[in-house]
Write a protein that binds this ligand. Structure first.
Ligand code: 5GP
Length: 208
């Protein structure tokens, strides 16, 4: 056969708010096919232009807690004062189709998935951990202020939390330094192309 079939991977991407995670993966998914996004649940309010079911599933705190109790989340965390979580159903549906799934989640959620990968071989083979870092705190602040999406209170919280989030960098497998955007996009694209060659996700029996 001419093409090798493989299982999809789950790319866990974290980094401080304003590091450019979503700009990066949107740019790369436009260049590469076969990349899907996991839509998270959150209790934060939608920003102008955000759509329920597209950007997030926007839930009330009560609904979120009900879904926690029902065991619906692969991971969840309280980030900048709101709940965020990844539904198990978001992961399984795309991976079974051989799609690569991007999860834009915070460092606490990523560490929960890391622990899951240590216990479960299925997760171990599918998960890859990528940290996106800004070139400096000053640049991060400039980008976050320039984005204009946050209230003064939320902005302060995000800048304050950035320091702690950066201490998790060493717990990831790959680092993308987002200084010049097109270089970061090229690095991320190269990373995905390389990870797609990993033998651990190949369906080798097709060749036997
Ligand atoms: P924002 O409010 O800017 O959309 O997201 C704030 C933070 O929440 C970001 O660091 C983002 O990565 C994180 N986040 C988004 N979805 C999830 C999720 O499903 N789980 C966890 N743990 N964090 C999430």
């Amino acid at each position: 056969m001419s093409t090798m079939r493989r299982n999809g991977m789950t790319l866990v991407i974290s980094g401080p708010s304003g590091s450019g995670k979503s700009t990066l993966y949107k740019a790369v998914s436009g260049k590469l096919g076969g990349v899907g996004f996991s839509v998270s649940c959150t209790t934060r309010s939608p920003r102008p232009g955000e759509q329920d079911g597209v950007d997030y599933y926007f839930l009330t705190k009560e609904d979120f807690e009900r879904r926690v109790a029902a065991g619906d989340f692969a991971e969840y965390a309280c980030v900048h004062g709101n709940y965020y979580g990844t539904l198990k159903s978001e992961l399984s549906s795309r991976m079974e189709q051989g799609m690569d799934v991007v999860l834009d989640i915070d460092v606490q959620g990523a560490m929960q998935l890391r622990a899951l990968a240590e216990k479960d071989p299925h997760f171990r083979d599918s998960l890859e951990f990528v940290f996106v870092a800004p070139p400096s705190y000053a640049e991060l602040e400039k980008r976050l202020r320039g984005r204009g999406t946050e209230s003064a209170e939320s902005l302060e919280k995000r800048l304050h939390n950035a320091h702690e989030e950066m201490t998790f960098m060493g717990k990831y497998d790959y680092l993308i330094l987002n200084d010049v955007l097109e270089d970061a996009v090229a690095a991320f694209e190269a990373l995905i192309r390389s990870l797609r060659l990993s033998v651990k996700r190949m369906k080798l029996e097709d060749f036997q």
